[in-house]
Design a protein around this ligand. Structure first.
Ligand SMILES: Nc1ncnc2c1ncn2[C@@H]1O[C@H](COP(=O)(O)OP(=O)(O)OP(=O)(O)O)[C@@H](O)[C@H]1O
Ligand SMILES: [Mg+2]
Length: 392
């Protein structure tokens, strides 16, 4: 599937990002679960040859230590999408003295580098990228904070390992100015950086804010999903239906647009009333218990990544907001929570985090009592129906 000709293919974002890389900037793209971060990284890899870069995407969510990160990077470079055999030859040549006879034994080309010296090899690899006369390398690091969090969860030795890793990347970036870096993440990286004392490393990344799809893009996306045969109940979606569906999804991430479109049944109709009722039926099907997988990651996110006290408060806040489809202001929320010990400041800092991670929207930060609501109206309805609790 080629997204280059699609209005929802994130082509403007790809162009904007390559402009930043061209200007020598490294980029940090935080963004909530399911927004489309990984999708955009894949489009950057696709587009790299057109922009005259060689891009390699590394997924860190499953990595338990720095060695695993290095292995993941080695495994991805030299693949068809990321430089191909000729790039691999370049690295093989640069590493010939370390690989020796090992490469003749079969197995992955980088097997001989995963030794106790892997950190020096990591440095040599980035240096080889920097000195590559044929290619300009772009490293796309998906879910850096989840990796750092996994390290932090191992205790003080893990926190030290996270700091070492971030200091290593800082040094590599400084020593290899031709290589560009982009990092993404769905959990806030700042609290980790503060706990691990590596805030300074992050300061040198330029932020890029990925937005949900526009209404036009969202409509085109669901209509294409139908036309391409990706929906069980529909091979076409009318304009009125696309309109109603996009409105019902509210937070226009492709993931939720698709999830709801999957539930659309009956015959297409361009009548606005009929379209709305077809969409409402689809919403009801999407909110059935069997669809847990569609909404579960949000709940799981809080369980996995929030400390106990913060987690209890987060579930309290979301439980309250789930009952109010227009949301409420901060005073209303404080009153609804009814926790005598809870200060406004505590609540505000939690809301900042829930906002950054896509759970809520906040209107009027500068007002005395900003307005907050669920960001994703479907998730709100799911939350209200199943009432997830801090202690499962
Ligand atoms: N613009 C788009 N066009 C078509 N499909 C998209 C688009 N954006 C995202 N998707 C699809 O939506 C799903 C979720 O997107 P993606 O995995 O990129 O989100 P994410 O932000 O990386 O989420 P997570 O934080 O959970 O990893 C994927 O199946 C992806 O292919
Ligand atoms: Mg992702």
């Amino acid at each position: 599937m080629t997204y280059q000709a699609k209005v929802y293919g994130r082509n403007d974002e790809v162009a904007a990002l390559y402009k930043m890389f061209e200007a020598g900037r490294d980029v940090s793209m935080p963004g909530p679960r399911r927004l489309g971060k990984t999708f955009l990284l894949d489009r950057l890899v696709d587009a790299a040859p057109r922009y005259n870069w060689t891009a390699v995407k590394v997924e860190l969510a499953g990595c338990a230590d720095t060695r695993a990160v290095f292995r993941e990077l080695c495994a991805r470079i030299g693949t068809k999408r990321s430089g191909g055999a000729r790039a691999k030859d370049w690295f093989l040549q640069r590493f010939s003295q370390f690989l020796g006879h090992r490469t003749e034994l079969g197995g992955a080309w980088y097997q001989g580098l995963l030794t106790v010296d892997y950190e020096s090899h990591f440095e040599r690899l980035i240096t080889a990228m920097n000195e590559d006369p044929q290619r300009r390398w772009l490293l796309l690091i998906d879910e850096l904070p989840i990796f750092l969090k996994a390290l932090h969860d191992k205790g003080s030795a893990g926190v030290a390992a996270a700091r070492d890793f971030m200091n290593l990347t800082a040094r590599l970036r400084q020593q290899n100015p031709k290589v560009r870096w982009m990092i993404t993440g769905s959990i806030g990286i700042e609290p980790l950086a503060q706990a691990g004392a590596y805030v300074g490393v992050l300061a040198k990344f330029q932020a890029f804010e990925l937005q949900p799809l526009s209404v036009t893009q969202a409509k085109a996306f669901v209509q294409d999903q139908a036309a391409a045969g990706h929906l069980p109940g529909r091979s076409s979606i009318s304009n009125a239906e696309a309109e109603a569906l996009v409105a019902a999804v509210g937070w226009r991430a492709a993931f939720y647009l698709d999830a709801l479109a999957q539930k659309l049944g009956g015959a297409p109709s361009d009548d606005p009333l009929q379209a709305r009722s077809a969409v409402e039926e689809a919403v009801n099907r999407l909110l059935l218990p069997a669809e847990r997988a569609t909404f579960g990651p949000w709940e799981e996110h809080l369980r996995k990544h929030y400390q106990e006290a913060e987690r209890a408060l987060a579930f309290g806040v979301l439980g309250s907001l789930a009952e109010r489809d227009q949301g409420t202001d901060m005073d209303g929320l404080l009153a609804a929570l009814g926790r005598p010990g809870l200060t406004r400041d505590d609540l505000q800092s939690l809301l900042v985090r829930l906002h950054a991670e896509g759970f809520v929207t906040i209107d009027g930060w500068d007002d005395d009592s900003p307005q907050c609501a669920f960001r994703n109206p479907l998730l709100r309805r799911w939350w209200s129906r199943y009432r997830p609790q801090a202690i499962a």
